[in-house]
Write a protein that binds this ligand. Structure first.
Ligand code: COA
Ligand code: AMP
Length: 634
């Protein structure tokens, strides 16, 4: 099979294409209505299919005789512990925890928020929610109580599942006080909180509201899988947009299962029984798709790794895990490899790990810079594949499709559109750009299965954010170009979203926090190049008239505020005071211009600018502060 024939079929006959892919999964009722439109006019896949994602990912494999195969390896250098679950054990644990949730009143369509570290119980909780036909919303553990509270108010969960603590290298992060604070801040009242007590730190439970995970499990009756429709939601995952309020990306059951199942083979060339390791966190989309659902839907073995690429204990961590579990495919963010390279530039620690089973390293989540690409190829001797995707799509939009036909790699490119994604480069007026000309990357509708059908509780935001810019297209928010061979090059966000260590963050949200400081009149936060984390946010603040404050003190307060409101994961560590910010005559700060200056890109000073000299002034300040980067090729 050639990539071209597969891709062309997916675009010219999408229903035929996806019906065939869907038929490979164990539905209770196979879908007949493959592609339809909902009441909002949005394309939906497999509307009349009846299924359960947990059944497809777990129970079905046990029924097929894979009960004794390992489903999950849990490896935790931070607690010095390891364990594993066969598919049978996983099914039994999930059924019991689903019983616990059902006992707390969770049923089809109810929401459950999961705020947990990287422990196998996080995966069990997700699958248990899916088993009941309920909807999970996993919140990354590095987010502060305020972020958790916003998500609680938006998702309105019946139950929250958490752990007493997480461990960051050697630091114990008490989760429970964060949860208590978030529940206190939220307007929506969570009825029950289930707490996994970890021996590193036991949490205090609130009588009547909190339940101990293990006690609850020991009294539980296993729950069966609840049939849902293909278009019923499986989860909500919040991601950063351009405003302070995160967007609840909705994922449906049917399209998600079909897309991920297909991708395991087509993109990653994974077969049942093989070991796939996505070194991410269940709090991110990569964790949802490729720690949990993708590998399990395919009957593979997945790894829940509670550690870092470095310092747990050293820069050999990835090699050790890949070796120990016979990993065939490793998927991680470029930041992780930059961290390893920084600690062990010659990769001397690799010498102890022949990695004979490791076939490919996939990277995504942020731009794969050519030096990191080259270093990883050279030191590991393994093919490194850059692929591009987003929380919204849930799986790769562009990739080198190893399971179909391997194409020659081009550094800096995420290769070719994945079947189902009709990727186009458009200019500001929506016209198609010629090869090698940069524009907005848009995807012609319909998007393939697995992509978001809406934003939770906010259809207007979905339409305004993604469908309005170019009618008939999904706007990705990324800019880039296609070369003469159709290879796609992603050049970065065209909006105010930044990517810090592969984590997507909103500069708009940080600006709201800075602006709330009593000394700050106006501000702008932009992402600047960072050799480890890809980008880090920096704030430029204008003080209110008459304010006299020590700059270092102000900076410390702003840093503390961002940490307190968003969490340490924002990596906000620098704020500089400026006298002027470039603005339009209507008072809008020219953020794009600031980004371009910082990235060392050519820029035009818009005719609408209020004070052209402010541009020269800010460029000079950014230069003096070392905030202008022109990325070098090696
Ligand atoms: N719970 C609580 N706090 C967390 C957390 C979690 N799950 N994850 C990170 N944090 C905290 C860290 O402890 C750190 O806090 P500090 O400022 O008090 O030290 C802060 O958030 C920033 O964390 P991080 O960005 O992870 O920086 P780091 O210096 O600890 O580690 C790397 C650097 C490169 C090793 C790390 O960023 C990394 O592994 N990156 C890859 C991330 C990844 O896989 N992204 C892909 C998502 S698809
Ligand atoms: P997230 O939704 O957190 O997965 O972040 C998605 C964003 O990360 C995309 O819109 C891109 O800006 C960026 N991104 C993801 N993968 C890549 C990649 N391979 N190359 C460049 N940028 C990427």
């Amino acid at each position: 099979m050639s990539y071209k024939s597969e891709y062309d079929l997916s675009i010219t006959q999408p229903e035929k294409f996806w019906m065939e892919k869907a038929s490979k999964l164990p539905w209770y009722n196979q879908p007949q209505n493959i592609l339809s439109k909902d009441n909002n006019g949005v394309h939906r896949w497999f509307e009349d299919g009846v299924m359960n994602t947990c059944y497809m990912a777990v129970d079905y494999h046990v029924e097929q005789g894979l009960g004794e195969q390992i489903a999950i390896f849990y490896d935790s250098p931070v607690t010095n512990s390891k364990s594993s679950y066969t598919y049978r054990q996983l099914r039994d644990e999930v059924a019991l925890f689903a019983g616990v949730l059902a006992e707390q009143g969770v049923g089809k369509g109810d929401r459950v928020v999961i705020y947990m570290p990287m422990v196998a119980e996080a995966v069990i909780a997700m699958l248990a929610v899916a088993r009941l036909g309920a909807i999970h919303s996993v919140v990354f553990g590095g987010f502060a109580p305020h972020e958790l509270a916003m998500r609680i108010d938006d998702a309105e969960p019946k139950v929250l599942v958490t752990a007493s603590c997480g461990i960051e290298v050697s630091k114990i992060i008490e989760y429970k006080p964060y949860v208590d604070e978030a529940i206190r801040q939220a307007k929506h009242k969570v009825e029950h909180c289930i707490v996994l007590q970890r021996e590193q730190s036991k949490a205090e439970l609130i009588a009547g509201r909190d339940l101990d995970w293990h006690t609850a499990i020991s009294a539980a009756t296993p729950a069966s899988c609840v049939p849902v429709k293909g278009t019923d939601p499986l989860y909500i995952l919040y991601t950063s947009g351009t405003t302070g309020k995160p967007k609840g990306v909705v994922r449906d059951n049917g399209g998600h299962a079909v897309a991920l199942h297909y991708s395991m083979d087509a993109v990653y060339n994974m077969k049942q029984g093989e070991v796939f390791w996505a070194a991410s966190d269940v709090g991110w989309v990569v964790g949802h798709s490729y720690i949990v659902y993708g590998p399990l839907l395919k009957g593979c073995t997945t790894i829940v790794y509670e550690g870092k690429p470095i310092r747990t204990p050293d820069a050999s961590a990835f090699w050790r895990v890949a070796q120990e579990y016979n990993v065939k495919t490793l998927f991680a963010a470029p930041t992780a490899f930059r961290a390893i390279r920084k600690e062990d530039p010659e990769a001397t620690l690799l010498a102890d790990f022949p990695l004979q089973n490791l076939q490919t390293i996939f990277m995504a989540g942020e731009r794969l810079d050519p030096p990191t690409y080259q270093w990883t190829c050279e030191k590991t001797g393994k093919p490194v594949i850059d692929h591009w995707w987003q929380t919204e799509t849930g799986w790769a939009i562009c990739a080198n499709m190893l399971g179909i036909e391997r194409k020659p790699a081009k550094p800096g490119s995420a290769t070719l559109p994945v079947p189902g994604f009709d990727v186009q480069i458009l200019d500001d007026e929506g016209k198609h750009m010629p090869p090698c000309k940069q524009g907005s990357i848009a995807i012609k509708l319909p998007m393939p299965p697995g992509c978001l059908p809406t934003i939770w509780g906010n259809q207007d935001r979905f339409v305004a954010g993604y469908l309005t810019q170019n009618p008939g297209y999904y706007c990705s928010g990324d800019g880039g170009y296609k070369d003469e061979d159709g290879y796609v090059f992603i050049m970065g966000r065209t909006d105010d979203v930044i990517n810090v260590a592969g984590h997507r963050l909103s500069t708009g949200e940080m600006e709201e926090i800075l602006a709330a400081h009593p000394a700050v009149a106006e501000c702008s936060v932009i992402g600047v190049h960072d050799s480890l984390k890809g980008q880090v946010p920096i704030g430029m603040v204008l003080l209110k008239d008459g304010v006299d404050i020590d700059e270092a003190k102000l900076q410390a307060e702003l840093i503390a505020n961002v940490r307190h409101e968003i969490g340490p994961i924002a990596c906000f560590s620098r704020a500089i005071v400026v006298q002027r910010l470039p603005k339009t005559r209507s008072g809008k700060i020219l953020r794009k211009l600031l980004r371009q200056i910082s990235a060392g890109e050519p820029y035009n000073i818009p005719s609408t600018i209020d004070d052209p000299e402010s541009v020269t002034e800010i460029a000079s300040i950014m230069d003096k502060q070392g905030l202008i980067t022109i990325e070098k090729a090696s």
